[in-house]
Write a protein that binds this ligand. Structure first.
Ligand SMILES: [Zn+2]
Length: 151
């Protein structure tokens, strides 16, 4: 597997990029490129090398596209990353949050840590039945989605 597109990136950094992209922590390759101070093409190439399907470039170049502005908008509350969102009341304000994370937090009785991920076992991001959700660390999760990265 071809790995080093940019000598400045370690394998760990590449893994981190793939993880961030998958989870949609950053909207897309353009935002990731800014964060890692490289060309978006570099990010695309890394994702490609790790077998990660990148969201189409037109979409990522447009930047943040939320809700009804999003090309994959299906009429519901679906986040740009494809997760089902719900409104909750928090400190007297209405907030839009990811339902799968909310449900997991209710189950475990605490907030989800920044090092954790709620994974959809059947890979269907809107199937938020509890039996389909599993809490894992980001490290475990990255391995699960990218078995080729285990060394
Ligand atoms: Zn996952």
């Amino acid at each position: 597997m071809k790995r080093h597109f940019n000598a400045r990136f370690s394998i760990d950094t590449e893994k981190k990029i793939c993880n961030l992209y998958r989870e949609g922590v950053y909207n897309g390759s353009v935002v990731l490129a800014k964060r890692f101070k490289v060309n978006p093409t570099t990010i695309h190439n890394i994702l490609k090398a790790y077998g990660i399907e990148s969201r189409n470039s037109v979409e990522s170049q447009k930047g943040l596209q939320i809700g009804s502005k999003h090309p994959r908008y299906k009429g519901g509350n679906i986040s740009p990353q494809g997760y089902k969102r719900i409104y909750i009341e928090y400190k007297g304000r209405r907030r839009l949050i990811n339902e799968h994370m909310y449900l997991m937090e209710k189950k475990i009785g605490r907030r989800i840590k920044s090092t954790e991920i709620v994974h959809h076992k059947n890979e269907n991001k809107i199937d938020n039945r509890m039996s389909n959700l599993i809490l894992m660390t980001r490290a475990e999760h990255c391995k699960l989605h990218n078995p080729a990265l285990i060394r």
